[in-house]
Design a protein around this ligand. Structure first.
Ligand SMILES: *Cc1c(COP(=O)(O)O)cnc(C)c1O
Length: 821
């Protein structure tokens, strides 16, 4: 039995209450009487942090001194969620905390609620990074997460009176942040611009990169890793000479330029300056991280032997955002440490691995050569040389000139671009997709030329989610029942143990308890939704959720059209509402600020919600809610309460999905296409416990070949399906826009003329599966049994298993990392 992370000598609730009092006094400077709930939160956070410090220190020392290889997880996003409950769990202090804050006169829930959720990520990719660093720590793998401390994370979403999305800045640091330690003594410098003289880079300007360190405590591993997020500051904050000439704004121009780099996540990049800012961000954090890794692993050495670098650390590139790091490591080795090209390349190409997260060509970043040349002239020189040598290498492998041209890192179009995915694939030791189907499609389509010539580079690691946050913490009732059923809580760090629940699916007593847990979770969510959004949710209905970024390929449009169709058929008398399973549909989704059709879809959903929820004809039968600002908190509350989960992307477009995993692990059944990890979920939980519909990848490919999107074939589907026609006509005729026919004009027009993601083509199949879903749901026992089997067979989707796979397939080129202390 592994030791809990901390404290090594467990303390009592009274002791912990005293520690909180001490922090109130010495950190917050308030008496328990003066303290607000925010003070108690900060004091409790500070107290629990202290319990983790010893493990943090040993982990850091062992990482440097031990003969182990560390992982540097480079990611532009870390969507961490709130920290307090997770820290308490991993410090073994949950019960003490509950009792201690009660002793101090507070409700533990209120104290946990006082934490402001940082939004330093956009969706699945950022949450994956957070799950992975949790699992790395829990498995005892020495690791750093490296990213950016954005001052404003992803925007905060609101809806206006018309149901339109409004974006406001999310100033998460307005409240005290007790988790991040800003370490001014460990700053590094990052340079930009200027020119190259021969091969010597003479930069034009530089900024200070200051680390903000977060502890990443493992669960029962004795390990606490570090998440290091960089923040940018000016070299000279204030130009006093200028200031004293009363030119106040000009005097802080440096400060503004520097701090802009870490101001927000994903600045709008349709303009040249926007693009430049993104590239500045990417270079800023990887350059700082590479310097940091060298000083960490070769402390105090002026002339370190960096040929051992790949044995010290390997960098995992989470998508293309950090890929400029490849050119940067080459530059550091060549220019700062004087290695020759071959040695530098040998080190670099053994250091990086690349995770590809998409199949959408537009999501693979390409930076104009002109932009890189301006911002990072020396790096452009190096990339040119990498490209030249790569082409030479290709010539030795194939005589197919066209193929070679297609594979060039620098495209040959009129405005040449650096294809970051190609750079990562050429230089990285391994390239992985994030679900089996996705990895196959990467090899067969997106990176086919590369996989033909370098098949050994390609592998798959199916994503996962951390069972600590998304089961144990999010769903305490179900967790207790699982522990009762298995007779142990060891499943929390060994999720395949959930298999032990399979026989219990045939135990009516257990299944009944399981169904009761879901009902209680639904009541909890209804209370949460009332408190937080003012919604009157009926917990006695089926909870049907679709929460994810808003994107056409994910097909929120398909879901809302089906809702509209059902509503219309009730209104017209075609459906007797008493024959329907009463259902509440939840949407949660942010749309990228510049993504017009996605924003129209949001507006449509909001207005369908308004119309339906106010129509007495469907009261108690059908309701639609769209809680705004989808974030981890909403996920943690809604997922355990959900009966039916929507994973309805067009086949071949969702790389993996991790929402699907969270739902299955919390006993929701999935309606989904054969896409991303759905395929593996369905295989594991059993086809009979999954509601499959829609076209598969081959059928989608065939339909494109027939000209679906280019010849306007969607119109045929519209004409030939009266339900579909009726639903779309209602959108077009102003039913959901107070009679205005223009509001959704572009959305409707897109459906009828292009419909690239084949929403209309899959509509009938989607409606048909709903009947089967309703029939199944009516048999409560049967539904609950299927839900138990989903939980029991989803242990594979623990991010612990993903990390084990990375260790085996991607990172294991050097000495074994020490598994657990
Ligand atoms: C899990 C998660 C996601 C990813 O959801 P998908 O359905 O896989 O796209 C996005 N956002 C948040 C807040 C999440 O927790």
């Amino acid at each position: 039995m592994a030791a809990i992370t901390a404290p090594h000598n467990p303390i009592s609730a009274t002791d912990f209450a005293n520690e909180i009092r001490t922090e109130l006094k010495y950190t917050q400077g308030v008496t328990p009487k003066e303290a607000t709930v925010d003070d108690v939160y900060v004091a409790a956070a500070t107290a629990v942090r202290k319990h983790l410090v010893d493990s943090w220190e040993t982990t850091k020392q062992d990482m440097v001194n031990g003969n182990t290889k560390a992982v540097g997880y480079l990611s532009a996003e870390f969507l961490m969620g709130r920290q307090l409950q997770n820290a308490l769990l991993n410090a073994g202090l949950t019960d003490q905390f509950d009792a201690a804050v009660k002793e101090l006169g507070y409700d533990p829930k209120d104290v946990i609620d006082a934490e402001y959720e940082p939004g330093l990520g956009n969706g699945g990719l950022g949450r994956l990074a957070a799950c992975f660093i949790d699992s790395l720590a829990s498995l005892g793998v020495p690791a750093f997460g490296y990213g950016i401390q954005y001052q404003y994370g992803i925007f905060k979403q609101k809806f206006d009176e018309d149901g339109k999305q409004i974006e406001t800045p999310d100033y998460w640091l307005l409240k005290e942040n007790p988790w991040g330690h800003t370490d001014y003594n460990r700053q590094v410098h990052v340079s930009f611009g200027g020119k190259v003289e021969g091969t010597k880079w003479v930069p034009a300007w530089s900024v200070r990169a200051i680390p903000v360190d977060y502890m990443v405590p493992g669960y029962k591993s004795g390990r606490v890793n570090t998440l290091r997020l960089w923040t940018a500051k000016a070299e000279d904050e204030l130009d006093l000479l200028t200031f004293n000439k009363s030119e106040y704004t000009k005097a802080v121009a440096n400060q503004i330029q520097a701090e802009t780099i870490t101001k927000i996540l994903y600045p709008e990049d349709s303009t040249k300056v926007g693009k430049q800012l993104r590239l500045e961000q990417q270079y800023f954090f990887v350059a700082a991280s590479i310097q940091d890794a060298i000083r960490t692993f070769y402390p105090g050495q002026d002339k370190p032997d960096l040929t051992t670098f790949p044995q010290k650390i390997c960098f995992q590139l989470n998508d293309t955002h950090p890929v400029i790091g490849i050119a940067e490591l080459m530059r550091v080795l060549l220019d700062d440490y004087g290695y020759d090209w071959d040695t530098a390349w040998d080190i670099t190409s053994h250091t990086f691995n690349y995770t590809c997260h998409t199949l959408l060509p537009e999501a693979l970043e390409q930076w104009p050569v002109s932009l890189i040349s301006e911002l990072l002239p020396r790096h452009m020189q190096i990339i040119n040389e990498i490209d030249r040598r790569f082409v030479e290498e290709l010539k030795g492998l194939t005589s197919d000139e066209e193929k070679i041209d297609r594979m060039r890192i620098i495209s040959t179009d009129k405005e040449p671009k650096v294809r970051m995915a190609y750079l990562a694939t050429a230089a990285g030791q391994h390239v992985n997709g994030v679900a089996e189907l996705h990895s196959e499609l990467l090899k067969d389509v997106t990176l086919k030329d590369f996989s033909d010539l370098f098949p050994q580079k390609f592998t798959n690691v199916t994503n996962g989610v951390t069972p600590r946050r998304f089961v144990k913490i999010a769903n305490p009732r179900m967790s207790d029942l699982i522990t009762e059923g298995l007779g142990t809580d060891a499943w929390i760090s060994d999720l395949e143990m959930l298999k032990g629940l399979v026989p219990l699916a045939d135990d009516p007593e257990f299944v009944k308890k399981f169904a009761e847990v879901k009902k209680a979770n639904k009541r909890d969510f209804a209370a949460f939704a009332k408190r937080k959004y003012g919604f009157d949710v009926d917990p006695n209905t089926m909870f049907n959720s679709m929460i994810k970024r808003l994107h056409e390929y994910k097909r929120q449009a398909l879901k809302i059209l089906s809702v509209i169709s059902t509503y219309a058929n009730i209104k017209s008398g075609k459906i007797n509402p008493d024959d329907l399973v009463p259902r509440t549909v939840f949407f949660g989704a942010k749309a990228a600020p510049g993504y017009y059709l996605a924003k129209q879809t949001i507006q449509l959903i909001n207005n369908v919600s308004r119309v339906i929820n106010n129509d007495p004809a469907v009261k108690g039968k059908l309701a639609v809610y769209f809680p705004w600002n989808y974030n981890i908190e909403l996920a943690e509350n809604l997922i355990p309460a959900t009966d039916l989960d929507e994973q309805i992307s067009q086949a071949g477009k969702e790389a993996s999905g991790t929402g699907n995993m969270k739902f299955a692990l919390n006993g929701a059944l999935t309606v989904g296409t054969l896409d991303g990890a759905n395929v593996e979920i369905r295989n594991l939980v059993g086809a009979e416990n999954f509601f499959l519909f829609g076209m598969n990848v081959d059928e989608v490919t065939d339909l494109y070949a027939k000209g679906y999107d280019t010849k306007g074939l969607s119109h045929d589907y519209y004409e030939s399906d009266p339900d579909l026609k009726q639903a779309i006509d209602l959108v077009a005729d102003g039913t959901f826009s107070d009679g205005d026919k223009d509001t959704y004009k572009d959305l409707v027009n897109d459906w009828l003329t292009k419909d690239y993601f084949m929403t209309l083509a899959d509509f009938r199949s989607y409606m048909d599966i709903q009947s089967k879903i309703e029939e199944t749901y009516r048999d409560e026992q049967k539904w609950a049994r299927m839900a138990v089997l989903n939980v029991a067979n989803s242990g594979y989707f623990s991010s612990d298993r993903s990390i084990e796979d990375y260790l085996e397939r991607v990172w294991m080129t050097g000495p074994m990392p020490a598994h657990r202390a």
